[in-house]
Write a protein that binds this ligand. Structure first.
Ligand code: F6R
Length: 262
């Protein structure tokens, strides 16, 4: 696992954008895995800036969101279909026809989950999956005790996740859905590259447990330890509980030229 400690949240966004741009420059029709919430916003802003400058063109790429709430009215601003359109598809110049979000309004949710897995498979799999992490260690909406082998399915959101996300619903906890569809940990681990971004002290415990703790279903982020190409981009606050931070800084300072991403 590559762990990079950066001075601030803006540097985390820049570093994630650089990694996504590098993948798309190599393969213009790359398949990107997108996440929502606050964590990826800096990456999307930095990537949108690169698109505007002509540094990278995402118009041939495809994208799959990690998750979606179940039961929100169509077009709800808190829904991830709408969030992805607003925060990613439009600013990044993605083709909306190639941007996919699980259907949280489907009559048959189980069929919608299977269909989502099929669409990812038919697209050739995800080349780079961008991830955030919940304060309870979830990735996607794979809450603690999720199976490392899980695929896209319906989950019940943990009370802590609902409390954390109430800020997107005007602070109204009752407005936060109880259920979601999320790519499973097995689905996420099948992506060719993982890039997890985390900023702020509130993520420090989950990061330390994911990166340096034992593999545990209680810490879904620890599944990253099973992936051969996982990068974790952290600001100082999110890295503050790591025990080997000196080693990660030493590694970054001595990175061979062939490993650098600009
Ligand atoms: C969102 C997602 C979640 C978030 C996590 C952190 O698509 O999959 O795992 O990344 O809940 O959320 P923020 O970034 O809002 O702290």
């Amino acid at each position: 696992m590559e762990i990079v400690i950066l001075p601030d949240a803006a540097a985390v966004g820049d570093a994630a954008a650089a990694r996504i741009a590098a993948v798309v420059r190599r393969e213009p029709a790359a398949v990107l895995g997108l996440s929502t919430g606050s964590s990826p916003l800096g990456a999307y802003a930095a990537l949108a800036d690169r698109v505007r400058r002509g540094d990278v063109d995402l118009s041939h790429a495809s994208a799959f969101a990690l998750d979606e709430y179940v039961g929100l009215p169509e077009g709800s601003p808190q829904g991830y279909a709408e969030t992805i359109r607003r925060e990613a598809t439009e600013p990044l110049g993605l083709d909306p026809a190639r941007v996919h979000v699980p259907d949280g309004a489907a009559d048959d949710l189980e069929a919608a989950c299977l269909d989502y897995e099929r669409r990812i498979r038919e697209a050739g799999g995800v080349d780079l999956q961008l991830l955030g992490i919940g304060s309870n260690g979830h990735i996607g909406f794979n809450e603690p005790t999720s199976s490392f082998a899980s695929r896209t399915r319906i989950k019940t959101l943990a009370p802590r996740t609902r409390a954390d996300n109430a800020r997107f619903f005007g602070g109204d906890l009752d407005a936060v859905p109880l259920h979601c569809i999320t790519q499973g940990l097995g689905t996420i681990l099948a992506a060719k590259r993982l890039v997890l971004v985390a900023q702020g002290e509130a993520k420090a415990t989950a990061i330390a447990a994911s990166v340096e703790g034992p593999l545990s279903a209680m810490v879904p982020g620890s599944a990253l330890q099973l992936h051969p190409h996982a990068t974790v981009l952290l600001d100082e606050a999110a890295a503050s509980r790591l025990t080997l931070s000196d080693y990660y800084r030493f590694t970054a300072a001595h990175l061979p030229a062939w490993q650098r991403v600009d």
